[in-house]
Design a protein around this ligand. Structure first.
Ligand code: NAP
Length: 280
């Protein structure tokens, strides 16, 4: 009897932009693991059905992206360190006894990439207050950023994020602003875009070019397109910049370890991402 390959994948909506399948499938292939990583593009009404039929569909684990990082939380049986603290999950493993164990590898992925870039921010601003923004906040709190100022189109979300973290990281001053101009970027050394704005070709650039400056580092979590309008603007102003490809790699490396129990072949995964980017 030949065993069917175990399935892994990414759940979210929309997710056609994702480079995760190439990265994970390259790793499975080089380690000769009989498994496949797919995109599971799920409209909201299909989420519950997907989560209730994992075993039947031979699914061993999955990553979670926009807009489900918070919505999947109630389905988890086990929350590993970070998931509860951050309030978002991006990696779920189906255990042998069919429990759902959640991890947050976004936080560590962002943290590691920031360290690699040698960015040591003090005064920071975040656009967006969803699942990824929470992981970014947690990472910035851990590195003792002096200030984190958050703007989200939904003011309740940014206020919620601030109240979630303000007592956890008491060395950091948290604030939520109602208008993007109030992020006061002139006074900041890091701006993180953790909103989806920039993924679509006709998306506006949320920040005015006059707000950019040389002492600012702009980190856009978006990696497809590789250069958002926000990044172009940062380049033009002589600011530092990065897209989210490094974060994608590092969160993927950790997720792969959780899925397979094996050390992820990082160089292979990076090469697969670079190949994916060249095809965009
Ligand atoms: P999410 O949970 O849906 O959060 C996005 C947040 O941005 C929501 O609160 C949303 O508000 C808000 N938003 C939408 N339009 C906005 C605007 N014009 N101004 C300010 N805020 C706005 O999504 P997520 O999972 O956090 O992902 C966010 C982005 O990060 C996505 O582009 C995702 O692909 C990227 N990401 C990249 C990596 C990586 O490894 N590079 C990892 C994680 C996430 P509403 O809900 O009211 O629309």
């Amino acid at each position: 009897m030949t065993l069917k390959p175990k399935l892994y994948g990414l759940i979210g909506f929309p997710i056609k932009h994702s480079l995760s399948p190439g990265m994970h499938n390259a790793a499975f292939s080089v380690l000769k693991i009989k498994a496949k990583y797919k995109l599971f593009e799920l409209p909201a009404e299909q989420l519950e059905n997907f989560l209730n039929n994992l075993k039947k569909n031979n699914i061993g684990g999955f990553n979670v992206t926009i807009p489900y990082k918070e919505k999947v939380l109630p389905y988890l049986n086990i929350k590993s360190w970070g998931v509860r603290e951050i309030g978002a999950v991006n990696t779920v493993v189906v255990t042998k006894d069919e429990k759902l164990k959640g991890f947050n590898t976004d936080f560590a992925g962002f943290h590691r990439h920031l360290k690699e870039l040698k960015v040591k921010p003090k005064k920071t601003a975040i656009i967006g207050a969803g699942g990824a923004a929470k992981a970014v906040c947690f990472a910035l709190g851990k590195i003792k950023a002096e200030e984190i100022c958050v703007y989200d189109i939904d003011a309740y979300k940014s206020l919620g994020l601030v109240s979630q973290f303000k007592d956890v990281f008491n060395q950091t001053k948290f604030s939520a602003v109602a208008r993007i101009e109030e992020l006061n970027l002139q006074d900041k050394d890091l701006l993180v875009n953790a909103s989806p704005v920039g993924m679509q070709p006709d998306d506006p650039c949320l920040v005015e070019s006059k707000a950019m400056h040389k002492d600012l580092f702009v980190y856009d979590l978006i990696y497809n397109p590789t250069e958002t309008k926000l990044i172009t603007q940062a380049k033009q102003a002589g600011a530092g910049f990065s897209n989210g490809l490094g974060m994608l790699l590092y969160q993927g490396v950790l997720s792969f370890g959780h899925f397979t129990g094996k050390k992820a072949p990082m160089e292979i995964m990076w090469a697969a991402l670079e190949k994916g980017v060249r095809k965009l």
